[in-house]
Design a protein around this ligand. Structure first.
Ligand code: SDX
Length: 460
């Protein structure tokens, strides 16, 4: 981990040596944890584009090469051979489960699918029909913890002791809460989970069962949703996962931490982008434009090509590649010729040949094609980010545990560069010009190195 190399920095004519940390895959970092105590300086990196917040063993991304691995296994291999729940186990526990472990884990998740009946009142007038499902989800994930007080003690040892139960419970109930939020918003009777259905199948069943028609999804539809959840399962220190880690660093329990993660994910620049992609494609479709006017507006900074660009990927997001193929397949299964997919592919072709996008390394990201698939399987757009949250739950759970298990875990507390008003005198601020002599200085201003004035005490 600690490289023999060091980084040298010269500050105020003095040279300092800082250690270099090297990761498993060769990623390198300058360890600045002693920079301020040695030099008095801090670093500044708005948006943290160059700053590592932690060492983590969960996910590895190489943005330049378009590589994404969960616990060392490439996303393409998992997408081809695994399921969301098996991948969730891998992300949370670090290894793929044995057959016995998988059976026990699946059973545990299944047993936890129902909500405590005491929570049902939330779906009976607890929220207005206009409430966004992400607002409902973040509220109810925290509320679930109230029914399991032994898991939300905010004493790390105790909360860690109940980690396995809490993890299975959240993985399972996030799906039930999401489905019930959708049903409540649409005036539909709540559907309870079934014990003989798989994870994604159960979710679709709870979402789309009609009062007189039990819905059991086509296998390929279930697989498409399961693939979307798997591809969203973790993504190292993204905005929402960093939020979960920040909240966890204060000693807060798992439920409170993932609830905060939902709030961060909701933003349109982050998980909210998949909903924005569809709205953008529908806007272009309604305009009758082939997409070139929108691309032009994006190049002028007037619009954002939603689903494009990424803080890390400077090539195709590997997840987008997999989803693009899946979108084609799903549309053939549901026998839908979705004009939005044609527009999406045209936008991609235009962007891939335009220097504005090429020079900024702007490629489709995970959100660009996921929306097309979700729309094809009948998911309403305001549920798209909720699907993202369900998918990201294993990652949030794993990162919470990584923070909570640190023996010398410190609370996350970044510093800042102050650019506000100069340090001023309270009295001077209170009294307008002329009320006191202009050269007047209070004692505390003097102690801050301000000028001195013989009649300071006269006015104090
Ligand atoms: C996710 O971090 C993660 O891992 C997130 C995620 C995960 O799995 O958790 O991968 C999921 O959030 C994917 C991203 C979804 N968001 C969107 O699709 C929204 C559209 N994309 C952008 O807003 C943007 O690309 C971000 C937010 C994704 C990345 O923003 P950055 O890294 O801060 O980049 P930037 O805003 O500084 O842009 C750099 C340049 C700017 O132009 P200049 O100032 O150099 O002239 O690129 C331009 C931007 O204007 N640009 C875009 C653009 N994205 C960046 N121009 C048009 N359309 C876009 N989409």
């Amino acid at each position: 981990m600690i490289s023999p190399e060091t980084a040298k920095i010269i500050l105020d004519q003095k040279t300092y040596e800082l250690p270099i940390v090297e990761g498993t895959a060769g990623d390198k970092a300058v360890d600045i944890s002693k920079l301020r105590s040695q030099t008095g300086y801090i670093t500044l990196d708005e948006g943290f584009a160059n700053t590592g917040s932690c060492k983590s063993s969960i996910t590895y991304i190489n943005g330049e090469k378009g590589i994404l691995c969960y616990r060392g296994i490439p996303i393409e291999v998992l997408a081809e051979n695994s399921t969301f729940i098996e991948t969730a186990y891998l992300i949370i526990y670090g290894e793929l489960p044995t057959r016995k472990q998988m059976s026990a884990f699946s059973q545990k998740v299944l047993r936890n699918a129902s909500l405590h009946e005491g929570m049902m009142h939330f779906f009976d007038g607890g929220f207005p029909f206009t409430a966004h499902p992400m607002a409902i989800l973040s509220s109810l994930l925290n509320s679930v913890g109230c029914y399991y007080p032994n898991m939300v003690t905010n004493h790390r040892e105790q909360d860690l002791e109940h980690f396995d139960d809490a993890a299975a419970l959240l993985l399972s109930k996030v799906r039930t809460i999401a489905a019930m939020a959708y049903r409540m918003k649409n005036g539909l009777p709540l559907i309870y989970p079934k014990r003989d259905l798989g994870y994604s199948q159960n979710f679709l069943h709870m979402m789309f069962t009609e009062p007189y028609h039990e819905y059991y999804p086509h296998d390929d539809i279930t697989k498409a949703l399961d693939l979307i959840l798997l591809l969203h399962a973790d993504h190292e220190q993204n905005c929402s996962t960093s939020t979960v880690r920040m909240v966890a660093s204060s000693g807060a329990n798992l439920f409170a931490s993932v609830s905060a993660g939902v709030c961060a994910l909701w933003g349109p620049l982050h998980g909210g982008a998949n909903q924005q992609v569809i709205q953008m494609l529908e806007e272009i479709y309604r305009s009758g434009d082939d997409g070139s006017a929108f691309v032009e507006a994006a190049k002028q900074g007037k619009r954002r090509l939603m689903g494009f660009g990424h803080r890390l990927y400077k090539t195709y997001d590997p997840r987008a590649k997999i989803l693009r193929a899946a979108a084609d397949k799903v549309l053939k299964i549901v026998k839908v010729k979705d004009p939005l997919l044609d527009i999406a592919q045209r936008l991609e072709d235009m962007a891939r040949s335009d220097d504005y996008f090429i020079s900024r390394n702007l490629y489709p990201n995970v959100d660009f094609y996921s929306g097309i698939i979700l729309k094809a399987i009948g998911m309403p757009t305001d549920m798209f980010t909720v699907i993202f949250a369900i998918g990201r739950m294993p990652g949030w759970i794993a990162h919470w545990r990584e923070v909570a298990s640190q023996v010398k875990g410190r609370i996350s507390r970044p510093r800042q560069v102050y650019v506000g008003a100069p340090i001023r005198d309270y009295v001077k601020m209170r009294y307008r010009e002329g009320e006191i002599p202009s050269d007047w200085e209070s004692d505390d201003h003097k102690s801050l190195g301000g000028g001195s004035s013989e009649n300071a005490s006269a006015k104090a």
